[in-house]
Write a protein that binds this ligand. Structure first.
Ligand code: RP5
Length: 170
């Protein structure tokens, strides 16, 4: 099975967050690869990876990094593929905003679709949605996923209806 999504992280210290994207892709039965690459520590390897990803059948890249998080933007500079950036609150982050703004504030011409701080699960969902534009089977899975989210809210409201609270009238 060939990977359709490539998950890249700046360090294995990001794995605890980035594995949430991997879990989502597994739920959707989308094959992925997962590797560590650093824009600062191995910039040539990042360039080689990003230049070649689409030639290997990769359709979407999810890239996560913390602190001075240049990895998603540098990958986006070299690839024609959509890049989803995951800002990570890591050991070298001040408060997470450093990573958010490094990934979010890309110059015109080189977009990175930035999810919330530590929002790797959303990155996985977005990757599945991008793939679903050209894959009916994945689209059905995304539709089912959204129905399950709605069902959870239905269930939560049924539970809330059974809880008695002072002055609660519903
Ligand atoms: C970033 O620096 C990585 O993405 C990670 O979030 C952070 C710390 O990396 P390590 O020093 O733990 O390898 O480049």
């Amino acid at each position: 099975m060939k990977p359709r999504v490539s998950i890249i992280m700046g360090s294995t210290s990001d794995l605890e967050i980035m594995e949430q994207a991997a879990k989502l892709l597994a739920e959707m039965e989308i094959p992925y690869e997962i590797n560590a690459l650093s824009a600062h520590r191995v910039p040539e390897m990042v360039a080689d990876f990003a230049r070649g990803a689409h030639t290997r059948g990769i359709e979407v890249i999810i890239a996560g990094a913390g602190g001075a998080a240049h990895l998603p933007g540098v990958i986006a500079a070299f690839t024609p593929l959509p890049v989803i950036g995951v800002p990570i609150k890591s050991s070298n982050s001040i408060d997470g905003w450093d990573s958010v703004l490094s990934i979010l504030q890309m110059p015109a011409g080189i977009p990175v679709a930035t999810v919330a701080l530590d929002g790797a699960r959303n990155a996985g969902i977005l990757a599945a949605q991008i793939i679903s534009t050209g894959d009916g089977a994945i689209r059905e899975k995304v539709i089912r996923f959204k129905k399950e989210l709605a069902a959870k809210i239905d269930g939560a409201n049924r539970e809330l209806a059974n809880i008695e609270m002072p002055f609660k009238v519903n």
